[in-house]
Design a protein around this ligand. Structure first.
Ligand code: ATP
Length: 202
């Protein structure tokens, strides 16, 4: 009987900062998707984000604080080390090269899943990886059939999470005003933001 290939999860984000919805997504992915490992990748010079990001070393450290205690989660800094724009497709190709037998599972919130056709090499991404989608308040339901041009055989799964209306944008705005973040980010991340005066304008 053929063994099933190990499944390896891939979850990228600016993580500026990582917040409770990201943590909930990662926990759900580890619990539901049968992953051998989940790579969590802070983006480098993300091409789809108009605003400048906080320094990579801060985002990496906050990602470590948020996710590294979760068994199976690996914070992977390869996109931060890459020169130039970072593309998920390149990351998937690297992981495929390192783990040829693995089935790659790309984890996305519904907002990002619906914008896949704007991603560099999105059809190649869909040919290489299963996409697991979590709903996100305000994003509408994700409908794979609304992705004309997706390659035949593209595979989508649903990641069940309790919807959380949280965004890093909202958290940066609250931090700029010196407001309490304890209900929005893990305690260690809140302390890090405070200690390093991140997102403060004064
Ligand atoms: P920003 O507000 O700066 O755009 P963000 O909160 O969307 O940031 P990202 O780091 O850009 O956070 O998101 C990384 C991944 O997490 C994306 O796939 C995104 O869809 C998903 N995600 C972020 N917040 C949520 C949420 N509240 N519910 C479900 N998915 C989410």
């Amino acid at each position: 009987m053929a063994l099933k290939p190990p499944r390896v999860g891939v979850f990228g984000g600016a993580f500026d900062p990582p917040h409770d919805a990201h943590v909930s997504l990662v926990k759900a992915a580890l619990a539901q998707l049968g992953l051998a490992r989940l790579h969590i990748l802070p983006t480098g010079d993300a091409w789809h984000k108009a605003r400048g990001l906080s320094a990579g070393h801060h985002r990496l450290e906050m990602a470590r604080l948020a996710f590294e205690g979760l068994p199976g989660a690996v914070v992977d800094d390869r996109e931060l080390r890459r020169a130039g724009p970072t593309y998920t497709l390149d990351t998937l190709r690297e992981l495929r090269g390192e783990q040829p037998a693995a089935e790659l599972v790309l984890i996305l919130g519904a907002d990002q899943a619906s914008s896949l056709p704007r991603w560099h090499g999105w059809q190649d991404i869909l040919a290489m990886a299963v996409v697991a989608v979590a709903q996100r308040p305000g994003a509408g339901a994700f409908d794979p059939l609304a992705l004309p041009g997706a390659p035949p055989g593209a595979r989508f799964e649903t990641l069940a999470i309790t919807p959380m209306d949280v965004s890093a944008t909202e958290i940066r705005a609250k931090a700029a005003l010196g407001q309490d973040l304890s209900r929005l980010v893990p305690p260690a991340v809140a302390r890090y933001i405070d200690q390093h005066h991140l997102y403060r304008t004064t």
